[in-house]
Design a protein around this ligand. Structure first.
Ligand SMILES: [Zn+2]
Length: 312
């Protein structure tokens, strides 16, 4: 049934939420207090941590390796939001559940529209923006275009500029430190990106299929072509017609690799791989899902080398 695939979040038992609401107003912070930052998703978390450096606490709402399109709202998350000075969010509804937490946490500093809320997507050229009516009742989880923009290393400069500006608004005295941290990160990313582009250069123009529509920015960055997506639309399971057409297309185009995001069950993708002779490559879509990939560079490094090995 299609409805089971829609983007969803569930609330923890009501009693737990009421308990949090009873804890009184969020505490005010003096200028001397450590800045408390909350990031919704792992990609934003690792970039925020790199910009914030030692002078701030950064917490992550979604767990490493957790599918952000399927979240359960827990009291511990509401508490983090309640205490936050700054909130870093995706901006394209990848983390729409954060609004539930912000409302439950009753922290005016991180309400939508507050200067302490960073929309990390500001200024990014968004791919796959839908035209016409977007019907979320059908389960589409990318209502404002593809939210997976940090998978293009070129977007790191824009995203971290948004983060640094937001942190500086909350802690102007640390603005220079944030910018210095950001520049150091950008240098390391630029150096790594040259290596990644060289490693994937032999495969430019290769068509790749994926389970979820996670990779448009990654494909563009490294010269791949989208060969199809197993889900009918983001968050919507494949219909038999869609699957048949995809398998036919993969055979005709001799597509060699299917990227499968590790937080989805892989049975269907494995079956398509068997039927088409393509290689099933299970990869994490965001940092931290695998040991040793807890920052931006190690995560991308893992994706690039897994793909280069699979295409060899
Ligand atoms: Zn997605």
């Amino acid at each position: 049934m299609r409805a089971t695939a829609r983007a969803r979040w569930r609330l923890a038992p009501l009693g737990a939420l009421l308990l949090i609401a009873a804890w009184g107003a969020p505490t005010a912070h003096g200028a001397e207090a450590r800045l408390r930052i909350v990031a919704t998703l792992p990609d934003l978390f690792v970039l925020t941590r790199a910009v914030a450096g030692e002078g701030a606490t950064v917490d992550l709402i979604a767990r490493f390796g957790q599918n952000p399109h399927d979240m359960e709202v827990r009291p511990s998350q509401i508490l983090l939001v309640r205490r936050a000075d700054v909130l870093v969010r995706n901006g394209l509804e990848e983390d729409a559940w954060i609004d539930v937490m912000v409302n439950a946490g009753a922290n005016p500093r991180v309400l939508r529209g507050s200067p302490n809320v960073v929309d990390a997507s500001q200024g990014v050229h968004i791919l796959k923006v839908l035209t016409g009516r977007v019907d979320r009742s059908l389960g589409d989880v990318h209502p404002l275009g593809s939210p997976h923009y940090t998978l293009d290393p070129d977007n790191v400069a824009i995203v971290t500029a948004n983060i640094a500006a937001g942190l500086a608004r909350a802690a102007p005295e640390s603005a220079r430190a944030f910018e210095a941290n950001r520049q150091a990160l950008l240098e390391r990313v630029a150096e790594a990106d040259r290596r990644w582009k060289a490693a994937l250069a032999p495969f430019r123009g290769t068509a790749i299929v994926s389970y979820h529509d996670s990779w448009p920015y990654f494909y563009r960055a490294f010269g791949f072509v989208e060969g199809g997506v197993v889900e009918d639309r983001p968050g919507i399971p494949a219909s038999p017609q869609h699957l048949a057409a995809l398998i036919r297309h993969m055979r005709e185009q001799q597509i060699k690799v299917i990227l499968h995001e590790s937080w989805y069950p892989s049975d269907l993708t494995a079956r398509i791989a068997r039927e088409t002779g393509a290689k099933l490559l299970v990869v994490p879509q965001s940092p931290g899902a695998l040991k040793g990939t807890e920052d931006y560079i190690t995560h991308l490094e893992h994706l690039v080398s897994a793909l280069a090995n699979a295409l060899k």
